[in-house]
Design a binder for this molecule. Structure first.
Ligand SMILES: [Zn+2]
Length: 71
């Protein structure tokens, strides 16, 4: 009986450890994705693109190298 109780406690402990750890991991991942997928408008043509793909010159965002050079 005591042996079974110990097994349940250990299993519950492992289960709780993984449940507790999982949301923390996903929340950090989602905030990273949110940041990289933030949309910004191109100063030259107005096309929206993600911050990760945008060209940045003098703190302004451009959709492409052509737009960056055209400004
Ligand atoms: Zn553009």
């Amino acid at each position: 009986m005591l042996k079974w109780l110990l097994v349940i406690v250990v299993v519950a402990g492992i289960y709780y450890f993984f449940i507790k750890k999982k949301p923390l991991k996903t929340s950090t991942k989602s905030t990273m994705e949110e940041h990289s997928s933030e949309m910004v408008a191109c100063v030259t043509c107005g096309t929206y693109c993600s911050v990760g793909d945008a060209f940045i010159k003098e703190r302004r965002y451009y959709c492409s190298k052509e737009c960056m050079e055209a400004s």
